[in-house]
Every structure is written in structure tokens, then in C-alpha cells.
Design a protein around this ligand. Sequence first.
Ligand code: FAD
Length: 509
Amino acid sequence: MQDTRYRIVIIGGGTAGWMTAAGLARQLPGADYSVTLVESDEIGTVGVGEATLPHIKLFNDMLGLDEAQFMRETRATFKLGIEFCDWDRPGDRYIHPFGAFGEPWGGVEFQNHWLRARASGRAGAPFEAYSYAVAAARANAFELPDENPKSIRSTYSYAYHFDAGLYAEFLRRWATARGITRIEGQVNAIDRDATSGAITQVTLKSGQSIPGDLFIDCTGFRSLLLAGQFDVGWEDWTSWLPCDRALAVPCAHGGDFTPYTRATARPAGWQWRIPLQHRIGNGYIFSSNFLSQEAAQETLLAHLDGAALAEPRLLRFSPGRRALSWRSNCVAIGLASGFLEPLESTSIYLIQAAVIDLINLMPTPRMAKDGIDPRLADEFNRLTVMQYERVRDFLVLHYIANRREGEPFWDYLRHMPIPDSLAHKLELFRARATAPNYQYGLFARDSWLSVLVGQGVMPEGYDRLADTFDLDMVAARLDDFAGRIGSGVAAMPSHADFIASYCAAEAVA
Ligand code: FAD
């Protein structure tokens, strides 16, 4: 019998390809849609991308994954945030936590109470002392948050560090067990309809043709379908984010088993440190205009916790995004649609957001005959642009607010013109301690506050409503909050102990 289902063809089996396949397998009715994924062992995947944001848990939960099993199989650890070292000035450090700072009261956001108390000499502790996630991270402690919203242990969330290759394999097993067809092979020809321009089929080196109604380009930086077939421009953001190279190297464990990623500023970029159960992922993201590969490699290898487990691998990239991510019947997801350096671990989040948006906007099977409603693509593109621009502004903030004077890379960043959208956010914060708080997309208010305050950007004013509260009461509430954090964290297990009892991978148990 002829298969009349709407045919979705995904090209690429990296994190983007398999997250897309798994999301579609979970959400689309198999009676109406068929999903085929083509991947090439010969080409391989980018092989990096190990730090995530808390949203990944929602994605895994949507699939119905068992957390402990997923963590065992991907050798994952927990992540409470990112520690930024030496970004403002050498010797400084702060954590961008996954969680709240303090608690609002009287309709006034917490930072205003803290700023007012500080202005009166009554804020007993720095801003980050009011974050449970920061305190737990600094103590190398971890436990699952409390679901009771009244508990102080409900004020944080968490993400994972995992082995990206193992995660893609895990999702591949999961998705193929749920009806996704996997084909191994390399696409070397793409046919399009002469009238509509829509892609009709791809042909592999082996000669096998795969026809489809909707094609998802997950081919990584190559962007074989979207950039290769359609005249879609590239919006380049190098002038704001000058880093264009990464050197990546895994190493053996040696230092602390931290429940957080570390990003340390270096002379022409920054170095990441991502602890997994069996090794630590490291890399130096740098600008080739300011530093040679040799010098970057020397710095990277001089700052490892343990012995390097492989030769450093060079990756080249350009920061920016495709002008459109959905054109005709082709949707690009992952590196095929854009790339922003992993300073805030946003790429996998951007994949997840695109998968969810695509599911919401999925063409109906009827559109195989009638053509795809262009409003679906327009909306997808609008949402994607918004996501990328918000992430871009947040990343740029880390660079511009530095006081590393006399270092050419950092001097350039401090003086460069910035996006208008970021300038507006900074002005509002400086004037009245107001930070963006997006309901859709990244980042929420506490994230902005952590980086703004962490980088030494302090507001000149605060919400005047804060002045209506009794100052003694405010100071007492601040002390009480910090005290409750201290006693809660003191009772937590260490990150290492929690992993050992909850999700230790066999080889490292
Ligand atoms: P790829 O992994 O490149 O996969 C492309 C797929 O397409 C492969 O399966 C390949 O075989 C296939 N393919 C290509 N051409 C063909 C063809 N002709 N025929 C058939 N198949 C084909 N993200 C985070 O969220 N956190 C991080 O910490 C992080 N760190 C990063 C560090 C660096 C240095 C870089 C460069 C990226 C990082 N990322 C991070 C981004 C993350 O790695 C990617 O977003 C993620 O891996 C998705 O990649 P992808 O699937 O789009 O592409």
C-alpha cells in the first residue's frame, strides 16, 4: 500500500539532527507523518557542545527520558551555573547561577531592596550571597531542588554537562525505537521543483534517492540545503563577537569536581572547563586577529586540571546567523542556521527552541499538495531572529563591561560600538536597576543581574518604591535570607557523592 503520510527528511545526525528527530517522534502522530534521518559516518559531527541550560531538562522530560539513565549513559554531571573568572579584571570571579537572587517583596524586585540597603551601608553581603545556586556551587554541593515553592531549596534549577557524542547516540537509539528511519550515507545531489523551487528529493553517494515534503537541514556549519540551495544571506556579527577559533582538548580529572562550568578570560578570548564524570572538556575560544594558534594552544595546555587525553583540535567559525532559517520547504536547525560562541552554553538551547517552534508550526499533511502556508515560515523566522539577537546582546555584555586595560583584545571590546538593543538595556539598568525579563527566549532577569553586577556595572538609582520599606526590616530580611541559604547548603551532599549515588556511569562507578 502506498505511504500517504507527510514525509519529513532530516539531513544530519549531530545533536541538532537527533534532537529534532526525537522531538518529532514524540510529538507528531505517526499515522500522519513519517520521519527519515540521513547521517554520514564519513563526515562525522562537530563533536563538541557539552554544557547546557536548564531548559534541556524540559526537553528530556517532554521525551519522557529517565534522568538517571540519561545521565549514566552520557556520563553527565550537574550544572548550577557558570563561573566567570578574570572577566572584569584579573582576579575577579562571579557565578551566573541558574536560580533566583533573593525574593521580591512588597511588589519590588529584590535587587532594589539590596541596592537601597547597600546605599545606606546596611547590605551585609555581596549580591551573589543571596543566591542559593551560587552558594551550592561554591561549596561543590548538589541535590535536586525541592518542589515545594515555599522552600528556599526551590529557588534554583540545574542543567547538565554531558558527552555530546553519547547524547546524540542516546537520542538515536531512543528515536529509532520510536519509528524514525535512519539511513547512513552522504547526500551529494539535491533536486528541486522547477516551478516552486521546493526541494523534492536528495540523492546519496550510493545512488539511493530520498523524496520528501519537508527537509530539515541539520548538516552543521556546511548548511548543505539552506545555504547550499537557497539564496539566504549570512548576518555576520564578528564586529561584536570577534572570536572565530576554538581549540578543544579533553583532559583527566585533577581539580575540584565542580557542579558548574568555568569560563576564564584569557588574553584574546576565554577558556572553558566542563567537568564530566570520566574527563574534563576544555577549550580556548579566541580571535585569530589577536592571537596565533600556537600561542592559544600553549595557553590552553598550560591550564588543564590533568593530563591531556588527545591532541587539541582546531575549529573555525563565524559568529552570526542565516538571514532566514526557514525558506520554501527547508528548515535549518543547529549550526546550519547560525552560531554564537558557547560562552553561555546557548547552542543546544537554540536547537531545542527551534524544534519546539517547528512542532508548533508544523505544516499539515494537506500542505504536501497545496504548498506550505508562508505564514508558518515567517513566524518561525521571526522567533529565531529574536532568540539569536537576545543571546547575542547577552554575550556582548560580558565582553564590553571589562576593565582589563592595556590588553589589545579587551581594549577593543571595551571601546567598540555595541548593538542599539544592548545599549538600551544598559541605560535602563544604569538609571533604575531594571533588567530585561523575557517570558519567551533567553535570558531571564536574574541572569542579566548576575552578569551586570558580576562585571561591575552598578546602577545609579533603583526603584523608588523600595524606599517605602522600613530599613531595619529590609536589612533583617536580607540577613535572614542569606542565613537560610547558608544552613541549607551546609546540609547538602557533595556533587561527587550525589552523582555516585544517583547516576554513576558504569565505567567510572
Ligand atoms: P554537527 O554536529 O556538525 O552535525 C552535522 C551532521 O550533518 C553530521 O551528522 C554530519 O555527518 C551530517 N552531514 C553533513 N553533511 C552531510 C551530507 N552531505 N550528507 C549526509 N550527512 C551530512 N553548544 C552548547 O549548547 N554548549 C556548548 O558547550 C557548546 N560548545 C561548543 C564549542 C564549540 C567550539 C563549538 C564549535 C560549538 C559548541 N556548541 C555548544 C554548539 C554545539 O556543538 C552544536 O550546536 C551542536 O553540536 C549541534 O551541531 P549540529 O548537529 O548542528 O552539527
